[in-house]
Design a protein around this ligand. Structure first.
Ligand code: SGN
Ligand code: CA
Length: 572
């Protein structure tokens, strides 16, 4: 392939696209989305609704009973869904923490807001929805997980976890000052939030970003939940034993398998009280503190090096009080002993690991749900509930054993999708369910819209308000497809860079960088995404059409990159 020639062709192709794009600006369905702004009007801010924005970390929709996952019960999150709207097809721009959070705040894709992977600091001088609300007269605050590298800006009050934060007795950075707060992180985040809500300036509407750490790895449950689900055996996902046949290199070379990539102590809590005491007494592991693993200790962990795994757990274990450790071991040690004595075969061992993982994950969710109940109760008691827009979402979905995985990153449904529930009875009817293709970049314009604040022209998401007001249905202008781009490679879990498009029925993904592989899934006939049909000759016309649609989205969202790799992807 003559690269120079193809580059020229691409440029000509692009110019043509831009011209066509400009001509079609007023009729193109894609162009219509994201340009919705309100005419300037004088708004009495004091009368505007409050906003409670609940963001969890890595919460799969399947672990919310309102989504019918069949695993756990989440009565308080369900209440929000039952009294509001549940979006069944909300997707993220880039399935990883910082990039999703930056997209939520700015309403823009990673290549525009600059935060393409977790290693980059958020440019906090950018326009964000909390900043615009603050400027318009809202009281604003963020409490809990932030994980954007730079200091929160646009908030009257902030009290956030450093980095990922810890489950037990976590440090918090309150307006620049770091303190350790005793307790369980999900409860503490709620206590701080309620304290702020009670003390804030009651003459102004509030916007509180209430951001949980849970249920992020390593899923340490609250003391009161350590035995929850002990007597239950959760259903095993069909694809737990996936062999990655009919998939590409990326699925085969990832490092996020429950069986091979979880750590015995950090993830499965396989260290008894006596063992922990002995480890601490031996003092051998003290210097292997790996909060933010360097590549050496990461390799050690990959090689299942026990000392690196232990060092990781010791860092959080040493922060626990004597009582907390006692409760911990009282719950885990008998189960650990039984596991060791059972002498399981390979298949049984994976099933055991799956149960241990999913139970801890769901136990962490249980505390989130209880605490959301406390927040709802507070709003009810103060008479503010119906004048508060409550949003429940996560920074992305998560694998609960599908494909044998944990973690996220891939554009496959479990991690590409994220829960989205909104309660606001003034605009949303009870028990509304929407199949609209929604995205995390839509949240910023939606909240601005509902607060009566003009949506900046350069926001790439679109306000969901018409869908909220229209029983969850979309009008003909709504987007027909969502766009995705993941960049964090090489890195944790080794998921290759990729971008793609998802329509109502199909998903086309291009893995690039050190591979050049396409995948196509028919979500109607293969909802589990187990069969890549890209190479079937009869799909040629479909693939051509999807590639055109993908190209249109890249132009619309300005995700153009003049590197050789990207030039390649403009060719069919
Ligand atoms: C940590 C986790 C990873 C996870 C990243 C990103 N490892 O590094 O499993 O993918 O965070 O998560 S851990 O052993 O330290 O828990 S994110 O939600 O912040 O993007
Ligand atoms: Ca996350």
């Amino acid at each position: 392939m003559n690269l120079k020639k193809s580059y020229k062709l691409s440029i000509i192709g692009l110019n043509r696209f831009y011209l066509v794009g400009i001509c079609l600006l007023f009729i193109s369905p894609i162009a219509c989305v994201g340009k919705h702004t309100k005419e300037s009007k004088v708004v009495d801010i004091a009368k505007q609704p409050n906003i409670l924005f609940i963001l969890t970390d890595d919460h799969a929709s399947k672990a919310i009973s309102a989504y019918g996952g069949g695993l756990n019960e989440t009565p308080n999150i369900d209440r929000l869904a039952n009294e509001g709207i549940r979006f069944d097809r909300c997707f993220v721009n880039n399935s990883i923490c910082g990039p999703s959070r930056a997209a939520i705040l700015t309403g823009k894709f990673s290549h525009i807001n600059g935060l393409t992977d977790n290693g980059i600091k958020f440019d906090n001088t950018q326009v964000t929805f909390p900043k615009l609300l603050q400027q318009a007269g809202y009281s604003t605050a963020v409490v809990g997980k932030w994980h954007l590298g730079s200091q929160p800006s646009g908030f009257d009050y902030w009290n956030v976890l450093p980095g990922q934060g810890d489950y037990y007795n976590p440090e918090f950075i309150e307006m620049g000052d770091t303190t350790v707060v005793k307790g369980y992180v999900t409860d503490v985040i709620t206590d701080i939030s309620l304290k702020w809500l009670k003390k804030r300036d009651a003459n102004k509407p509030f916007c509180l970003l209430y951001h949980h750490k849970a249920p992020h790895r390593n899923w340490m449950p609250a003391p009161r939940h350590l035995n929850l689900y002990d007597s239950i055996n959760f259903p095993v996902p069909e694809s737990l034993f996936d062999d990655y046949k009919n998939r590409g290199t990326a699925a085969r070379t990832q490092e996020m398998e429950i069986d091979r990539h979880m750590y015995p102590i950090w993830d499965f809590k396989l260290a008894t009280l006596a063992e922990m005491d002995a480890y601490i007494a031996s003092n051998r592991y003290k210097n292997k503190n790996d909060n933010g693993l360097d590549s050496k200790s990461k390799n050690m962990l990959e090689a299942n090096d026990k000392s690196a795994d232990l060092a990781k757990f010791l860092r959080v274990y040493e922060k626990m009080t004597v009582e907390q450790r006692k409760a911990w071991h009282k719950a885990y040690d008998p189960k650990t002993k039984a596991y060791r004595e059972a002498n399981l075969n390979e298949k049984e061992r994976l099933e055991w690991k799956y149960q241990r993982y999913v139970k801890d994950y769901l136990r962490s969710v249980a505390a989130v749900d209880e605490n959301i109940g406390k927040m709802i109760k507070h709003l009810e008691e103060t008479g503010e509930l119906d004048n508060t827009i409550i949003v429940y979402t996560s920074d992305q979905g998560f694998y609960l054993g599908e494909h044998g995985w944990f973690d996220k990153r891939f554009m496959y449904e479990q991690s590409y999708g994220t829960p989205l529930i909104i309660r606001y009875p003034k605009k949303i009817k009870k028990e509304t369910v929407s199949k609209a293709l929604a995205m995390n970049i839509d949240l910023s314009p939606t909240l601005l819209d509902l607060a009566g604040i003009e949506i900046p022209e350069d926001i790439q998401g679109a306000s969901l308000t018409p869908i909220l007001e229209n029983n969850g249905t979309v009008n003909s202008n709504w987007r027909k497809a969502t766009y995705y781009h993941y960049y964090e490679y090489p890195s944790w879990h080794s998921v290759k860079r990729h971008y793609g498009i998802r329509t109502e029925r199909y998903k086309l993904i291009h893995f690039y960088n050190d591979v050049d592989e396409w995948e196509l899934y028919d979500l109607e006939n293969d909802s589990q995404e187990l069969d890549n049909i890209y190479h079937q000759p009869e799909n040629k016309a479909l693939i051509d059409a999807l590639k055109d649609q993908l190209k249109e989205l890249q132009i619309e969202y300005k995700d153009l990159d003049p590197t050789e790799q990207k030039i390649k992807f403009f060719q069919k």
